[in-house]
Design a protein around this ligand. Structure first.
Ligand SMILES: Cc1ncc(COP(=O)(O)O)c(C=O)c1O
Length: 438
């Protein structure tokens, strides 16, 4: 592929881009159950307009674009206020949940080195915590212990306390965990962190806005936010259930005690002294501005309406699943995310997943236990019946099928089972040889 020698007609280029989307997931009509958070077309248009106003500006320079600093601080302020913060709460936006989590891990490392003299800090986290924590541990040279959860797939604070070492700098809880949609016992996990003299990060990337909305609707939501004693930081992603443009997360700190260790500054460069709060250099203005715009446009009431409908949709789906012989939820979810497993040894959950895929439903295929993952979004309200009808039929097809299905439980990638069982290697080989190669 070469860049065209002369430029092409803009209309023609856009038409080609439209056409190329033909084989993409049909997310607008609710076929995807992760990756995309959608409300409706008018919402999308507003979000796109807000994003477009700032698609060129760079939040790397707080001096050049004070309006962006204002939006960022106000997004952080609105989220802090909603998620148990107080006047001492500080924070920044980042490009996504992973970046916020990487920053929390890096901050814990630098804090433990500076304040506690720990050379190789250690992280204790439940097995269900997002892989972004392990990515941080890997990138920044820490160690981690992933601790098995209880039978309800919630973090087991006693087992986590046993995993604490002298070097433990960070203890993690999820609100909720992605695989099973359950909120960890944040109070108990934070107590483990306090006892260890460690930081405690709550990963509310996917759940923060939804759980806060459900709580304000009067639903039963376990304590999970910055108001819990011992929680030192929390990540929450407007680009998920905040329904803002992709590229928007926030990392909130309960107070100023740790955040100085988040920053990087370098004064040995001919280009000048270089400093910033996040991993990225250039920080796209669009996602920050769109997050502010969408939060202002929806308001608290708007979010509560979206959450009420999405939770009712989830309950309708859960009722439907309960009526299907051979299927059950892995754990009773605390919000709008759940996993479905087979409750019948004669029925293969992966076989059901394969048939749902055949019918164009983009669902996650999970490994512990073998299950089908769904994150329910607002726009799924229109597809409950079709979804459940296909699920019933997929169970029937899977029962008739000869053996299960041999695709691997990979997040977001289609792959055969690895013969040697080394999936990490298989995934890297796929990325290298099959996906990212022009
Ligand atoms: C609980 C949780 N944490 C972190 C992340 C990572 O977020 P991102 O994909 O925006 O990097 C996700 C993504 O789904 C998540 O569900």
């Amino acid at each position: 592929m070469k860049i065209p020698e002369t430029g092409r007609d803009g209309e023609e280029v856009l038409a080609e881009m439209e056409a190329r989307r033909e084989d993409d997931a049909d997310w607008q009509s609710g076929r995807t159950w992760s990756l995309v958070y959608h409300v409706d077309e008018p919402h999308k248009q507003f979000k796109d307009e807000a994003h477009a106003l700032y698609s060129t500006q760079n939040a790397l320079s707080p001096s050049a674009f004070p309006s962006l600093v204002g939006f960022e601080n106000e997004v952080v302020g609105m989220l802090a206020d909603w998620l148990g913060g107080d006047e001492g709460t500080v924070g920044n936006m980042s490009s996504g949940g992973t970046e916020s989590i990487l920053l929390a891990v890096k901050t814990a490392r630098d804090w433990a080195r500076a304040e506690r003299g720990v050379d190789r800090p250690h992280v204790v986290l439940p097995e269900t915590a997002h892989p972004a924590f392990s990515k941080g541990v890997h990138y920044f040279g820490l160690e981690e212990t992933r601790v098995p959860c209880g039978e309800d797939w919630r973090a087991d604070p006693e087992a986590m306390a046993e995993a604490v070492r002298e070097e433990t700098a960070l203890v993690v809880a999820s609100a909720p965990s992605y695989p099973h949609g359950v909120v960890d016992p944040v109070e108990e996990v934070a107590a483990v962190a306090r006892e260890a003299g460690a930081m405690c990060h709550v990963d509310a990337c996917i759940g923060g806005i939804m759980l806060a909305s459900l709580r304000d609707l009067g639903r039963d939501v376990p304590p999970f936010d910055l108001s819990v004693e011992g929680v030192t930081s929390l990540s929450v992603d407007p680009h998920k259930y905040g329904y803002t443009a992709k590229g928007a997360s926030a990392l909130l700190w309960a107070d100023d005690d740790h955040r100085e260790h988040q920053y990087f500054a370098f004064d040995g460069w001919p280009g000048g002294v270089y400093a910033g709060p996040t991993m990225a250099g250039t920080r796209p203005g669009g996602p920050i501005a769109a997050a502010w715009g969408v939060m202002q446009k929806l308001g608290h009431e708007g979010y509560l309406d979206l959450a009420a409908t999405t939770m009712e949709t989830t309950e309708a789906l859960l009722d439907g699943v309960a009526d299907i012989d051979g299927l059950g939820v892995v754990a009773e979810p605390d919000m709008t995310i759940f996993a479905v497993e087979s409750t019948d040894p004669e029925l293969d959950a992966y076989g059901v997943h394969a048939e749902m895929t055949e019918r164009d439903w983009g669902l996650g295929r999970q490994q512990r236990p073998e299950s089908i993952h769904a994150s329910v979004m607002y726009h799924h309200r229109d597809c409950v019946e079709d979804f459940l009808a296909d699920l019933r039929e997929s169970v029937a097809v899977a029962r008739e099928a000869d053996g299960g299905d041999d695709r691997a439980p990979m997040y977001g990638m289609n792959a055969e089972m690895a013969e040697d069982g080394d999936y990490a290697n298989l995934a890297k080989t796929m990325l290298n040889d099959a996906v990212y190669r022009p």
